[in-house]
Write a protein that binds this ligand. Structure first.
Ligand SMILES: Cc1cc2nc3c(=O)[nH]c(=O)nc-3n(C[C@H](O)[C@H](O)[C@H](O)COP(=O)(O)OP(=O)(O)OC[C@H]3O[C@@H](n4cnc5c(N)ncnc54)[C@H](O)[C@@H]3O)c2cc1C
Ligand code: SF4
Length: 331
């Protein structure tokens, strides 16, 4: 075992200062990802600053009709919150589709956003991996890529981001609130995770010592219906092959007033499907429109040798989710 120091922070400012001054320090949420990584030899922080018991565990309705969720709120509590279930069903379902009951009881909102890829080579320290060991190579290229990217990958990394919650938050136009030595910052969830480019070791736009304190979710547009659909190899306790978070509002005549969509399991970050949204807006809510929207979004898909099926899977999952939502909206 590699020795490390553990400290429980009593305020966000204290936590930020403690991590910012030590390059080898890390925040600790529920520990369900970071502690696994320490056991596997992927991470070796010298100091863990526990932020899971900071007073960041509130879920509050905001003046504008939105919701502010503290970074220490547990995944189970967020999924079960009555306002989340009633007004943000896609978020509740995304959370409930992830991990297991025991894990969700521990996992925090901040930690969930920052969980790292489940690429099997990233988790196996005996294999080259540019994300874990920059410059060492990418073992997934030419290897096992069933769960890997079809959009936005680079020659240096083809991994996908694993969080279900983040996909729903990207579709809902949520923002991440952070605290650092430079003060408070708000970052749209859709821009929070990076594409791999030349630096796959950097998952997000955060700097060292930047603490997530909350998520802000705007009020949903009037009359929307929403869902999160996750396709995976077994019915529970599995990561997404493809997932879709979708929110749809229809005019009384069946024209689409607005659509907000994001894919999971297809890219290094939750994939906000803006091309598909543009195709859907002001178009009739028909299967043909949904197929056109899916094709527009997936036109740049570049599957790997072994995950070609994901393009059609993503297309069908989006079309089918939109069909179900249309039926729901017309009831
Ligand atoms: C077997 C298994 C199956 C799973 N299946 C799924 C699944 O299907 N879908 C899914 O979405 N997830 C799944 N997960 C992942 C799980 O959701 C994450 O492990 C969990 O959400 C991480 O939250 P945590 O609070 O435990 O994070 P931690 O492990 O404590 O931290 C994760 C990262 O976040 C950083 N961090 C934590 N809090 C903050 C903060 N406030 N500010 C800045 N940095 C912070 C830490 O330094 C660390 O880098 C699974 C996990 C396991 C073990
Ligand atoms: S896909 Fe990314 S995470 Fe996986 S081995 Fe390649 S560089 Fe590492």
């Amino acid at each position: 075992m590699i020795p490390f120091e553990y400290r429980r922070a009593t305020s966000a400012q204290e936590a930020v200062a403690a991590v910012a001054e030590r390059p080898g320090a890390a925040f600790l949420g529920g520990g369900t990802n970071l502690v696994d990584h320490m056991k596997l030899g992927i991470a070796a922080p010298e100091l863990l600053v526990d932020v899971s018991r900071l007073p960041l565990d509130g879920i509050e309705e905001t003046a504008g009709g939105g919701l502010r969720v503290g970074a220490a709120v547990r995944n189970s509590d967020l999924a079960a919150h009555p306002v989340v279930r009633a007004r943000y069903p896609a978020l509740s379902r995304a959370l409930l589709s992830g991990a297991s009951g025991q894990l969700r009881n521990l996992a925090t909102t901040g930690g969930n956003l920052l969980q790292r890829t489940r690429c099997v080579y990233f988790q196996d320290v005996t294999t080259p991996c540019n994300k874990r060991d920059p410059g060492s190579g990418c073992s997934a290229l030419g290897g096992y890529v069933r769960y890997h990217a079809i959009l936005g990958a680079s020659e240096h990394c083809v991994a996908v981001h694993p969080s279900d919650m983040a996909v729903a938050l990207a579709a809902l136009d949520a923002r991440v609130v952070t605290e650092s030595t430079d003060g408070e910052q708000r970052i749209p969830v859709a821009d929070f995770h990076r594409l791999p480019g030349d630096h796959p070791e950097r998952d997000t736009v955060l700097s060292h010592g930047q603490l997530i304190t909350a998520i802000e979710i705007p009020a949903p547009p009037a009359g929307v219906v929403a869902d999160y659909r996750k396709v995976r190899d077994r019915a529970s306790y599995a990561f997404a092959l493809v997932s879709v978070a979708a929110e749809l509002a229809l005019e009384s005549g069946g024209t689409i007033r607005s659509a907000r969509l994001a894919f999971g399991g297809v890219a290094h970050r939750p994939w906000r499907a803006r091309r598909a949204e543009a195709e859907l807006t002001a178009a009739p809510a028909t299967e043909h429109t949904f197929e056109r929207a899916a094709d527009a979004e997936l036109a740049d898909a570049r599957p790997l040798d072994g995950n070609e099926f994901k393009v059609e899977l993503a297309r069908r999952t989006l079309v089918s989710t939109l069909q179900t939502l249309t039926e729901q909206a017309q009831q």
